[in-house]
Ligand binder design. Structure first.
Ligand code: 5GP
Length: 112
């Protein structure tokens, strides 16, 4: 599905695009700022990423601060990459969530 967003077949509210990376607003935001950053080239998840993916993964993290600041989270943010069944990954195209806003996002996980 995110390949279709990358290819332009499905619309998205884009905040960044270049030849390797796309970033857009999550359709169902969990916080006032909730962006998704994806590699254009299909990588299913961190479970299948390889050494060849290191540059694009690095760039996805390196643009996170600028995107968060521009979109309303200038004092920090959280990056989440859900992976596989245990990580509760719903979309099988690697994506980094950038979440934030004017208030702290809260504890990282609900403790069990
Ligand atoms: P996951 O659980 O896989 O880490 O998160 C998938 C995220 O993708 C969810 O937060 C969901 O709201 C978002 N999402 C699913 N489909 C679409 C879509 O078509 N467009 C956008 N912008 N976000 C989507």
């Amino acid at each position: 599905m995110f390949c279709k967003i990358a290819g332009g077949q499905i619309p998205a509210r884009k905040v960044h695009e270049d030849d390797e990376i796309l970033a857009f607003h999550d359709i169902n935001p969990a916080r006032p700022v909730h962006l998704l950053v994806i590699p254009r080239r299909h990588i299913t998840s961190l479970a299948t990423a390889t050494e060849a993916d290191v540059p694009v993964l690095g760039r996805m993290l390196a643009i996170a601060n600028r995107l968060a600041s521009e979109q309303g989270s200038p004092d920090g943010f959280r990056v989440i990459i859900n992976t596989g069944r245990i990580g509760h990954q719903e979309v099988q195209h690697l994506h980094a969530h950038i979440v934030g806003g004017p208030e702290p996002v809260g504890p990282m996980l609900k403790r069990i």
